[in-house]
Ligand binder design. Sequence first.
Ligand code: SF4
Ligand code: SF4
Length: 160
Amino acid sequence: MAGVKIKNGKINFCCKMNECSNSCCGPFSGVTSEISNIDKRPFDEIVLTKEDYDRLFNAGLAHFTETGYSEAMQKQYKKMALYPDGTCKAFIDGRCSINKNKPTLCKAFPFYFDMFSGLCAIECEGFNDEVWADIEKFEGCFEAAKQMYEFWIDFYTNKN
Ligand code: SF4
Ligand code: SF4
């Protein structure tokens, strides 16, 4: 893989979508990392914000979700239901079947914000030195990453 690069306001990323041989929708073992997850929740979960879940529920798509439990906070949260190999149950015929109601985490992927390093990305096939896109094009992804960051702060301060 090419690795994540940003030069002169451009980033070497273009999602391969249906042509991705290792789709983040599955089979996907999640993000492997040296990071210690204090709450011991698995890194392959697709956690839903309240707004994500409400949108899916109102669209009659709640059967694609399930409930997780945080031992650390002793409370439940919603997440996408996965098959045992890590494939999202909404990933049907090689595509996201709930595209219009895509969860915030999926909108952000492969980007996330780290409080030390700023913009970070999970390396995937979309990073390619042959393709350079204006970073502004990813404003929606970054906004979604920000919403997830805020979701977790609220989660661990009992505001959601
Ligand atoms: S909700 Fe859609 S985009 Fe997100 S992991 Fe599932 S199939 Fe993929
Ligand atoms: S974000 Fe990356 S892993 Fe997911 S479908 Fe696009 S290229 Fe593949």
